[in-house]
Design a protein around this ligand. Structure first.
Ligand code: DGY
Length: 324
């Protein structure tokens, strides 16, 4: 067997078949456990490898890259890449890749899962039932949620995932409005059934507001106390984008005071930590950053990350097709 010139580090457990394909080309050091690593730990892990597959919890910056002369490529498991300091990677001449497209539809599905669950109080009702509180009758005016069908869906951030969220609204007979820095071409707006509005109008009119914008210094706290104050008290807010886009403390306050009906959050400021006030609230549905987590999509993301890494290291064929 030919010796393998490259070594790669995989920062979290990955599908065995993807690791096996990768191992057909390169030496693979794969972690069997997951966890937040300090910059020092990341620096040590990356010191003697040519490439790495990492997750969104691994922050790669100048501190982590300091002194590294070997690393050539980083494959991020996710479309978002705010965990990567791109100027630092560019300065170190390290290629960085992400996994767009393969997760678009699954992530859009999840926006709807959160919307339905938050608007119709699914999490709270399930907790109540499991706790054994349902004895015989129930008040007819109890467990009232808010409707989704026939309402106005607002989308902040109208990239691929935002557009996929919009397309699903047809079956719910909703009006769709969106705000994006740049307006979409008219043909795409028509196809998505969505109309561009100013951000303040989006906040005022949306009954269900889905956040799908990338995280950056500009989008930090795009939804804070001032924005929440403009929303309807009957509105539902859904964040499938990134923690930090919402000021979680201000959101918890608005939910607690009934200034917003409900929220569904898949991402959090400072995750995996949760703002303690969110944990106490019944009108918020919480999930641990799993919008892309369907069996099909997570496999596709892992394969794409492996293919990206191999391509960046100069291997032509795909990871699904190892050399004999
Ligand atoms: C992404 O790809 O950025 C998602 O957050 C992963 O679930």
């Amino acid at each position: 067997m030919m010796s393998k010139p490259h070594s790669v580090w995989v920062s979290r457990p990955l599908f065995p078949e993807v690791l096996a394909s990768l191992a057909g080309y390169v030496n693979v050091h794969a972690e069997t456990g997951e966890g937040k690593r300090t910059p020092g730990q990341l620096r040590d892990k990356l010191a003697d490898v040519d490439g790495a597959i990492i997750g969104l919890g691994d922050r790669i910056d100048a501190e982590v890259l300091a002194g590294n002369r070997r690393l050539r490529a980083i494959a991020n498991l996710g479309v978002g890449h705010n965990n990567l300091d791109l100027p630092a990677l560019t300065a170190a001449r390290i290629l960085a890749t992400n996994t767009p497209d393969v997760l678009t539809q699954t992530t859009a599905d999840y926006a709807w899962a959160l919307m339905l669950a938050a608007a119709r109080r699914v999490g709270s009702a399930e907790r109540w039932l499991r706790a054994g509180h349902w004895h015989g009758g129930m008040r007819f005016d109890d467990w009232l949620g808010v409707d989704i069908h026939g309402k106005t869906l607002g989308i902040l951030g109208m990239g691929r995932i935002g557009q996929a969220v919009a397309r699903r609204a047809v079956g719910f007979d909703m009006s769709v409005i969106y705000h994006n820095r740049s307006r979409l071409p008219a043909a795409i707006e028509r196809e998505c059934g969505a109309a561009w509005v100013e951000k303040s109008e989006l906040l005022r009119r949306a009954d269900h507001l889905v956040l799908v914008l990338p995280y950056s210094a500009q989008s930090h706290h795009a939804i804070g106390a001032a924005e929440l104050a403009q929303m309807k008290a009957t509105a539902v807010l859904l964040n499938i984008a990134r923690g930090g886009i919402v000021d979680d403390a201000a959101l918890a306050e608005a939910l607690r005071e009934g200034r917003l009906a409900a929220a569904g959050l898949d991402v959090f400021e400072g995750e995996p930590a949760l703002h303690p006030a969110l944990r106490e609230l019944e009108n918020v549905v919480l999930s641990p950053h799993i919008a892309s987590a369907s069996a099909e999509t997570r496999r596709a993301m892992a394969r794409l990350a492996a293919d990206n890494l191999l391509a960046a290291l100069g291997y032509g064929p795909r990871a699904g097709d190892p050399p004999s």
